[in-house]
Design a protein around this ligand. Structure first.
Ligand SMILES: Nc1nc2c(ncn2[C@@H]2O[C@H](COP(=O)(O)OP(=O)(O)OP(=O)(O)O)[C@@H](O)[C@H]2O)c(=O)[nH]1
Ligand SMILES: [Mg+2]
Length: 307
């Protein structure tokens, strides 16, 4: 984990070698990758903590990456009362790492994506916490097999949820802080109404809305059951492989776009050509693929002169 956070060229080469070895290992494909996203303060960390306890009680190991956008905001915490995950202190069956976001919107840094790959090779379950603001919601899908949206009671009505495009991505909805009573129940009903309007249920999966209190532990076991059900669904339908490929493609595409812009992608032959290259790449890491395709773009630019 330290290696992938290190920017020195020599260490970067080592990190790429490590990621390639992991990409070729069966262990990294086996882990369940779950993303938790939602507004600041909705209780993601508290829920992560509760989930980790329950998973450990069932004998499963847990790796956690929390994407922390606060370092880029004010140098401090986003909220004064935000919770630090700590249930795993001293337990070798868990590992927690906070990683900086790429930008203040909470986008996933390359190192974060690498961090998930590493934990996936070592733990049964990998949980990733991101603050859901804007684009970070779809970025979580690059690394997670299952996306859980954690809603804050009273945070909005159906229309707002729909406008924000919030109902399209998540596989599971958690209305946390159910201990707050009616306000939580209202939010849950609004979400259910919104989900009933939108024709969701891609490939036969209907996203459930779960009432949970991360603080009291209520509904956390039901959340674990839903996660397991979604996992079975992904495996049964072949959706798991499709998602992993889509995530890999989105990661490579995003990294190349940030470095070389749309003109760089055009040099590769455009979107269809990029997809074909990722498909043909075999079991090397996404990070290696970015390096290789990037070298190709740079070579094409040198030959073309002009730039
Ligand atoms: N009443 C109640 N409060 C909760 C519950 N879960 C979390 N909280 C409180 O909500 C506040 C924020 O919790 P966090 O777990 O830090 O929320 P978060 O979504 O991780 O926040 P960020 O990481 O800052 O985005 C804390 O004061 C928690 O104690 C819950 O189930 N019920
Ligand atoms: Mg948090």
């Amino acid at each position: 984990m330290n290696l992938v956070d290190d920017r020195r060229p020599e260490r970067r080469r080592e990190a790429l070698d490590l990621l390639d070895r992991l990409a070729a290992s069966p262990e990294s494909l086996r882990a369940e990758r779950v993303g938790l996203t939602g507004a600041p303060g909705s209780g993601k960390s508290t829920l992560l903590d509760a989930l980790t306890r329950l998973l450990r009680a069932r004998g499963r190991t847990v790796g956690i990456v929390a994407v922390d956008p606060s370092s880029r905001l004010s140098g401090g915490a986003l909220l004064g009362d935000r919770i630090r995950v700590r249930s795993q202190a001293g337990d070798p069956g868990t590992f927690f790492r906070s990683m900086a976001a790429r930008d203040r919107l909470g986008g996933l840094a390359d190192a974060t994506v690498a961090g998930v790959e590493i934990l996936a090779a070592a733990f049964d379950v990998v949980l990733v916490e991101t603050v859901g603001v804007g684009q970070s919601e779809s970025e979580i899908a690059e690394v997670a097999d299952t996306v859980v949206f954690v809603a804050q009671p009273g945070a909005g009505d159906t229309l707002q949820f729909m406008k924000a495009g919030l109902l399209e991505l998540p596989d599971l909805f958690v209305v946390n802080k159910a201990d707050l009573g009616p306000v939580a129940e209202r939010t849950a009903s609004e979400l259910e109404a919104g989900l009933a309007l939108g024709a969701r249920g891609a490939a036969g999966w209907q996203p459930p809305v779960l009432r949970v209190s991360a603080r009291d532990g209520r509904g956390v076991d039901a959340l674990l059951e839903s996660l397991a059900a979604h996992r079975r669904h992904l495996e049964k339908t072949g959706e798991l492989e499709r998602r992993r490929f889509a995530g890999r493609l989105a990661f490579v595409r995003g990294a190349l776009l940030r470095r070389y812009g749309t003109r760089g992608l055009e040099k590769l032959g455009g979107e269809a050509a990029l997809r074909a290259r990722v498909e043909a790449a075999g079991r090397i890491s996404g990070h290696r693929l970015v390096e290789e395709l990037g070298s190709g773009i740079e070579a094409a630019w040198r030959e073309g002169g002009a730039r």
